[in-house]
Write a protein that binds this ligand. Structure first.
Ligand code: ASP
Length: 432
């Protein structure tokens, strides 16, 4: 059996058995024990093995990517295209979300007692997020992109700062004499290969890890809340589906000049990883491997675009933020006019750039968007009970958006460099 079939099986069985246990033994002590002491550690060890590789893979792949691109002019042009694509796809996603939530208005009919109950139940969690948000955003967010100490940035998993240092370091390698730069490049190349070997080992544990991660969620999930918030959940999921099937597919076709079906068939492994980990960062190694091996993206481009994307390009998150802010505005009877909704879209795009690629990474920042347009930020408590499920879905789109960006930037680079056209595995005659 192929590894990804096994992982998908782990995901399916974990969800099924977890959901079954929740249904029949929901409050039993033994179930909580099994979830805390067996499923949770198995899932977390797998997740940590992936996280363990993130710092070295971001550093080596960006430095090698930038050094491989070579001159600053090309780097600037590719960087401009990359950011342009990120902005465009995130903007399309947020707009789809806002259009849906305005049409369906899921917040208008939510009963007041449900609102009170959820506000009360998730108030502690909400207070924690509020504290994190207050610390994390402001003008210093931008200043801190330039790290005082790159080692500390890496140690804190401060991704924007680490990326900034890696970009500068890669650029610097192109400015020093070739005979000095080459040994450094060779060493980083070796480190990169070794990290990939570690990832392959970690991925062989994925079927069990994924089982554990999903079991913990479904065995303890409050399915009742899902029912109470069903309209809101449906709007987010339909929005994500529309953005995938129409938005990203069109972008892949127009900008990446690739058949969307080929694209979607090729990205199964990152889809499963993103869905089960809810983390763009934890999925980064798989995204890089898939872009290179399945979609024929040059390693220097995958190494440059995908780490940036995992941190800054979050299509699913911006769609989710737009829907959630408007949903909560409807719940609280706050009317947001066209101008304010435009502000929501802009802020959803900006905060999606600033959000960390970890489970729930966008929540503290979304509270700031709410506060800015006059929706009570503590209202986020209402949706926290279903957030994990939505996080799984939005992270999947975040990652697919990143991979589509790498396809576009690769194709454009090939054109500029006069290289032969890319041939994704699924378009090759022997596999077609
Ligand atoms: N979990 C998301 C990601 O890693 C971020 C978020 O929307 O919370 O991409």
């Amino acid at each position: 059996m192929k590894l990804h079939t096994k992982i998908a099986l782990g995901l399916f069985l974990g969800a099924l058995i977890g959901g079954f246990c929740n249904r029949f033994f929901g409050d039993d002590q033994w179930l909580i024990w099994v979830s805390d002491n067996v499923a949770y550690p198995v899932g977390q060890v797998f997740l940590r093995l992936l996280f363990m590789t993130v710092v070295p893979i971001v550093f080596t792949s960006i430095v090698l990517g930038v050094a491989g691109i070579g001159d600053m002019k090309t780097l600037g042009r590719l960087g401009g295209r990359t950011f342009g694509y990120f902005l465009l796809s995130t903007l399309i996603a947020a707009t789809i979300g806002l259009t849906l939530v305005n049409t369906i208005r899921p917040g208008a009919g939510l009963p007041a007692d449900v609102v009170d109950e959820l506000m009360e139940r998730f108030s502690d969690q909400q207070a924690g997020l509020a504290a994190a948000g207050a610390q994390n955003f402001g003008i210093s967010t931008f200043v801190n992109i330039v790290p005082r100490n790159p080692v500390a940035a890496a140690a804190d998993m401060d991704m924007l700062a680490l990326i900034f240092f890696s970009l500068i370091f890669g650029a610097a390698l192109t400015m020093i004499p070739r005979e000095k730069a080459q040994p450094v490049i060779n060493v980083l190349d070796g480190i990169g290969e070794a990290v990939i070997a570690i990832i392959n080992m970690a991925m062989s544990l994925a079927p069990y890890g994924v089982f554990g991660l999903i079991f913990v969620i479904t065995s303890q999930f409050g399915w009742g809340i899902l029912q109470q918030l069903s309209m809101y959940v449906v709007v987010v999921l339909v929005g994500l589906f529309l953005h995938a099937s129409v938005g990203i597919s069109a972008l892949v076709k127009i900008f990446g000049r690739l058949n969307p079906m080929t694209f979607w068939k090729s990205v199964n492994p990152p889809i499963i990883t993103a869905f089960s980990t809810s983390s763009s960062m934890a999925t980064l190694p798989t995204s890089i491997a898939t872009a290179e091996s399945e979609l024929d993206v040059q390693p220097k481009i995958a190494g440059f675009v995908l780490p940036l994307g995992a941190t800054m390009n979050m299509n699913g998150t911006s769609l989710f933020e737009g829907v959630t802010v408007l949903f909560l505005a409807q719940v609280f009877g706050v009317e947001l006019g066209f101008g304010q909704q435009v502000v929501v879209v802009i802020l959803a795009v900006l905060t999606a750039i600033g959000a960390a690629g970890v489970p729930g990474g966008s929540l503290p920042l979304m509270m700031l968007v709410m506060a800015t347009v006059g929706v009570p930020p503590e209202g986020i408590a209402i949706v926290l009970g279903v957030d994990r499920i939505l996080d799984m879905a939005r992270t999947t789109l975040n990652v697919c958006g990143d991979i589509s960006a790498s396809v576009y930037v690769d194709r454009i680079d090939r054109e500029w460099e006069g290289l032969p056209a890319a041939v994704p595995i699924r378009s090759r005659p022997e596999t077609a």
